[in-house]
Design a protein around this ligand. Sequence first.
Ligand SMILES: Cc1cc2nc3c(=O)[nH]c(=O)nc-3n(C[C@H](O)[C@H](O)[C@H](O)COP(=O)(O)O)c2cc1C
Length: 378
Amino acid sequence: MATLRDEVMINGMRLRNRIAMPALTTNYGSPEGMVTDEIVQFYKERSKDVGLVIVEASAVRADGRIVRGSLGLWEDGQVDGMARLADSIKELGAAAVVQLNHAGARGFPSGGEMQGASPSGFAFRHDVAPLTMSLIQIERMVADFAYAAGLAAEAGFDGVEIHGAHLYLISQFLSPLTNQRNDRYGGAARARATFALEVVRAARERLGRSYPILFRFNAVEKVEGGQTLEDALTVSRLLADEGVDALDVSLVASSSWNQVGGQRFLATSSILPKEQPAGANVALAAAVKEATGLPVIAVGKLGEGDVAGKSVRDLPIDIVAIGRQMITDPDAAGKIFSGKSSAIVRCEECMTCYATIVRGKPMACKVNRNLPGTPHSA
Ligand SMILES: Cc1cc2nc3c(=O)[nH]c(=O)nc-3n(C[C@H](O)[C@H](O)[C@H](O)COP(=O)(O)O)c2cc1C
């Protein structure tokens, strides 16, 4: 029976305990995708108690950023800043992993050659025209992921997490809603996983067998035509066979359609709606664990009550990730470990954090007024 305090190993990477901070886009990076003092400060404050910090989605190409201030790992000049960030996390005893992403057609309009990259031309934004990728473009994108993985290792990160969730580019390939290709990249779940598997393979070739590679994906997509748990389990087995070292199990928790200029655009969220209980996703991660035997990370309001403790104690969950509650209270994990959960400054689930970055502003929080994104009155 595991406890949150127990160590856990992921392909040689030692986590001192079983609480992780998941990837959280802050929009605190520079417009060139560089690490800033603000971003280092944000992560430092949150690295002292957790076992693992997964640094926010970092773009493998300039045209793959979620927001203008997303971090980048597309050129050598970004390594020094990333090394400073990795060091500041590791100095505090947490393992440091960076998430690698291309936002595809969900990215902000950056004007790059692969802006709007997508498997089948599904539009997510009125200001980004989707680009149906050619086979050559897919091949180049796989190489871009591998190059970024190499830069992450050079910067001293303990591991990388490939972002295959939340309907960004890799996830768009995995989802039947957004992938209608007729070539070897489309079709049944197994074929839709081809792009993801090629990315993992290329990263593995670059990084070697002993470097930890995590993969985040949607266990379900709560949108009509989205990926089912059954398909996700097929994908998880393929990822395990490909040599991924841990699976970070997320989801598309809700979706809605926005009408702009006579066209409909899909808006999805990875966040459990307010009315859903803490830990509603944990069973999904347990199903992935059962299907693959790999270490799994569960997420979804796990900073509340004793859900985190119960997940590792009563269920086959290896690691619990606490997101928004770590934004609101950087000491949340520390308070859980010292039996002072009731002293955690509560996240109100108001989604100011998400709303600010979507509007292109640095992340702010209604409760925690000490974030760089907080507007200060003069
Ligand atoms: C402001 C914000 C930014 C996020 N950015 C990312 C990201 O860059 N990559 C990612 O995989 N998930 C991202 N997520 C999702 C979180 O990692 C996490 O799955 C989600 O917040 C649910 O966990 P929680 O209920 O503990 O907050 C983000 C969530 C929020 C609120």
